[in-house]
Design a protein around this ligand. Structure first.
Ligand code: SF4
Length: 394
C-alpha cells in the first residue's frame, strides 16, 4: 500500500499520478476496508514503480495542508521490501542501448532518469530510516541524466546536475553522517566513469563497481551491440586501479553467443585473468524470442556452450578464491546481516567486497557494522574473529 488518498482533495488522482510520472494503469484504487479509514480511498501502485514512488507520493499528499483530510500511513522512507539494513535506489528506467540479446528496451523503452532531487530525497530518507547500505541500480547507471541533457535540479537548496558524478558525490555526502555504504551497479566503462574513481579512492562511496562486460572479443561485442564495445576497456580498468588500488570489479559474461569461435571465447578467458574480476557471473547464451540475436546465424552447439561455460566459471571462481585468500589476516568492516545459516550461534555479515563472513559475536551487532579480522578463506565464504571495541575506562 502506498498511502491513502482522500477523494475530497481538489486534484483528481489521475493528476497526482501524472505529476509523479505514472500512467493511470499503474494504479489501483480501492475503498479502504479498515474501519477507521472508512470512506478513504487507498492507492496501490504496481511494482516496480511502487517502491520509489512511495516517498514522492507521501510527500505530495502530505503537502496538501493541515486542513485537508489527507492520511499518509507510510514512513518517510516508504515501504521497503528488503531487510532494514540495505535498500535499492533505482535512479532510472529503460535503456538507450539495443544489445541484441536483450528484451528490456522493447519492454521498458528508452532511458528515463528520475529527477536528481527526488533520488537524493529518497536516499536521505532511507539512511534516516536505518539503511546502512544503498545499492544504486538502473539499466545503465553511467548514462544517468543523458535523456535530460544533464538538467540541473535542486537538492538541499543548491543546484545539482542530473549526472552520475554529481549524483554519486552527493550520495556519498548524504551517507557519510550515517557511516553508510553506497554501492554502484551496472556501470559501463565510459571515460566519464573515470571521474567517479577518485570518490572511491577517498572512501566516499564503496570502491566497488559492477561492470557487466558480457564478452571481450570485438567481433562478438559488435554482434551483441554492447555499450562501450569500442572502448579500450582493459586500459581503462588498469587506469582505474592505478587511481584506486582497492577497487573491486565484478562482471557478467555470456558463453556461446551465436558465431562465437574458440578464439573469441579465449579472449574472454584472458580478460578475466588479466583484470582479476571478483565474484562474477557467467551465463550460457540461449535465444530469447523477440530479440534481434534470436535470428542470428551460426548457433553454437549446446555441448560446446556448456563446456565453455564451465571453463569460464572455473576461471572466475579461481580469481575469486585468490582474492579471498589474500584477505586472510586483514581487518574488514562487515555489515552484520543475520545469524549464520550453518551455526545459529554465529553471525553472518558481508564485507565491502561483498563476501560473507561468519564469526562469533553478540546478536546486538545485527543491522550494524563490525570490525572483523579474517582468519580463514573457505570456497564460498570467510571465517573471522570479531574485534570487540575496548571497554570504556570506568
Ligand atoms: S545495456 Fe543492459 S538493459 Fe540496455 S540493452 Fe544492453 S543488456 Fe539490455
Amino acid at each position: 500500500m502506498s498511502g491513502n488518498w482522500d477523494s475530497s482533495l481538489p486534484a483528481p488522482l489521475s493528476a497526482l499520478l501524472e505529476a509523479l510520472g505514472y500512467a493511470p494503469s499503474d494504479a489501483v484504487i480501492r475503498e479502504s476496508t479498515v474501519p477507521a479509514l472508512r470512506g478513504t480511498n487507498v492507492v496501490l501502485l504496481s511494482p516496480p514503480s511502487a517502491r520509489y514512488a512511495i516517498p514522492a507520493m507521501a510527500g505530495l499528499l502530505g503537502s496538501a495542508g493541515p486542513e485537508s483530510r489527507v492520511l499518509v500511513l507510510v514512513p518517510a522512507f516508504g515501504i521497503k521490501l528488503t531487510p532494514k539494513h540495505y535498500a535499492y535506489l533505482k535512479i532510472s528506467e529503460g535503456c538507450n542501448h539495443r544489445c541484441t540479446f536483450c528484451i528490456i528496451p522493447s519492454m521498458r523503452g528508452d532511458l528515463v532518469s528520475r529527477p536528481v532531487g527526488d533520488v537524493l530525497k529518497e536516499a536521505k530518507a532511507l539512511f534516516e530510516g536505518g539503511v546502512k547500505e544503498l545499492l544504486v541500480i538502473s539499466q545503465d547507471t553511467s548514462a544517468y541524466g543523458v535523456d535530460t541533457k544533464y538538467r540541473t535540479g535542486f537538492w538541499d537548496g543548491k543546484p545539482v546536475k542530473t549526472r552520475m558524478l554529481e549524483l554519486v558525490r552527493t550520495l556519498g555526502e548524504i551517507a557519510e553522517p550515517h557511516g553508510a555504504w553506497v554501492r554502484l551497479h551496472y556501470v559501463y566503462p565510459y571515460p566519464s566513469v573515470d571521474e567517479i574513481i577518485p570518490l572511491m579512492a577517498e572512501g566516499r562511496v564503496l570502491p566497488y563497481l559492477d561492470v557487466p562486460l558480457q564478452h571481450s572479443h570485438p567481433d562478438v561485442l559488435r554482434r551483441m551491440k554492447r555499450p562501450a564495445s569500442g572502448e579500450r576497456n582493459l586500459e581503462r580498468i588498469a587506469r582505474w586501479r592505478e587511481m584506486c588500488p582497492q577497487l573491486v570489479i565484478r562482471s557478467t559474461f555470456i558463453a556461446g553467443f551465436p558465431g562465437e569461435t574458440e578464439r573469441d571465447f579465449e579472449a574472454t578467458m584472458r580478460l578475466i585473468e588479466d583484470v582479476g574480476f571478483d565474484q562474477s557471473f557467467s551465463f550460457l547464451y540461449s535465444r530469447r524470442p523477440g530479440t534481434p540475436a534470436a535470428s542470428l546465424p551460426d548457433e553454437v552447439e549446446h555441448e560446446t556452450k556448456q563446456r565453455r561455460l564451465e571453463r569460464l566459471q572455473e576461471r572466475i571462481n579461481r580469481e575469486a578464491r585468490a582474492i579471498s585468500a589474500r584477505m586472510v589476516g586483514r581487518v574488514e568492516r562487515v555489515l552484520v546481516e543475520r545469524p549464520s545459516k550453518r551455526n545459529a550461534r554465529q553471525l553472518a555479515g558481508r564485507t565491502e567486497n561483498n563476501r560473507w563472513v561468519n564469526f562469533d559475536g553478540p546478536a546486538s551487532l545485527i543491522d550494524a557494522f563490525a570490525d572483523v579480522v579474517i582468519t580463514e578463506a573457505m570456497p564460498n565464504s570467510l571465517r573471522g574473529r570479531w574485534l570487540a571495541p575496548a571497554p570504556r575506562p570506568a
